[in-house]
Design a binder for this molecule. Sequence first.
Ligand SMILES: NC(=O)c1ccc[n+]([C@@H]2O[C@H](COP(=O)([O-])OP(=O)(O)OC[C@H]3O[C@@H](n4cnc5c(N)ncnc54)[C@H](OP(=O)(O)O)[C@@H]3O)[C@@H](O)[C@H]2O)c1
Length: 296
Amino acid sequence: MRVVIAGSSGLIGTALVSDLRSAGHDVLRLVRRAPAAPDERRWDPPAGRIDDGTFDGVDAVINLNGVGIADRPWSGSRKQLIRDSRTVPTEVLAAAVADHGVPAFLSGSAVGYYGDAGGKAIDETAPSGTGFLAEVCREWEAATQKAQEAGARVVLLRTGLVLSPAGGLLGTLKPLFKAFLGGRLGSGTQYQPWISLDDEVGGIRFALEHDTISGPINLTGPTPVTNAQFTKALASAVGRPTSIPVPAFAIKGVLGAMGEEMLLSGQRAIPAKLQAAGYQFRHHAVSEALAAAIGS
Ligand SMILES: NC(=O)c1ccc[n+]([C@@H]2O[C@H](COP(=O)([O-])OP(=O)(O)OC[C@H]3O[C@@H](n4cnc5c(N)ncnc54)[C@H](OP(=O)(O)O)[C@@H]3O)[C@@H](O)[C@H]2O)c1
């Protein structure tokens, strides 16, 4: 298939481009600067501009844009950027998919859509929750509307916490755990919807290649764990004991709403649609995903 990817320089995008190419797909990358390679096409999301000819013969567009959610404190302007860097590019791509009759649009989202879902197992039929992240995810998903109206197959990639050797969550946590600073967060009963990078990429390629899949899909590992279980598994993967728990009041005091939504809340998200469609996970248990990301 000929596939256009936006956000291809990121953690997921870099791995996805390489996986799709190994599987024989023809990948074009949208870049927000002057193109420097034959497979790059320029776009400017705020201006709504994309190089002419980019969508000729294209079978699918994959959208993985957005500034980091946990990179900086959630000031008013940072929250606006978190929102705009997702909704604006998504609207631009959805309009392009509609205008050029691209058959499929796979667009980013996150399990944050469900808000703080407690201990109940949730599949893709669960309602959206409350909080900033849930609000952003709803707007991000709604920004695909033009593609949906044009009849494209739209897949909403509700991604969990991606466990990767290249950074992301583990890039922050691994050094802390190695320095004997890895303790459970708050009560530790909140779920942490992890997924290995291999399965994130594998799940996206599976959705690309199976045109029976549409709408939201949870990209999360098949065996969800609580924060306490995750903490134990990560400590064991780095060969350290767990340290004393970090109290919830300290997390809220230092990080405010960001700490509350990102660290003290969670979702016991089940990848029901991928499993029903026959996707075979490479990493079933968090310990397997951590071993793949960190080395055992
Ligand atoms: N990693 C996770 O655990 C996780 C979990 C849930 C959801 N997600 C979502 O999945 C998507 C990809 O995640 P990732 O971990 O690969 O993210 P990432 O490494 O931060 O990469 C995101 C990409 O977005 C593009 N981007 C950055 N700022 C932008 C802006 N202001 N406007 C438009 N595009 C911008 C960049 O690509 P270019 O420079 O190539 O344009 C960047 O490489 C994101 O939307 C993220 O929120 C990730």
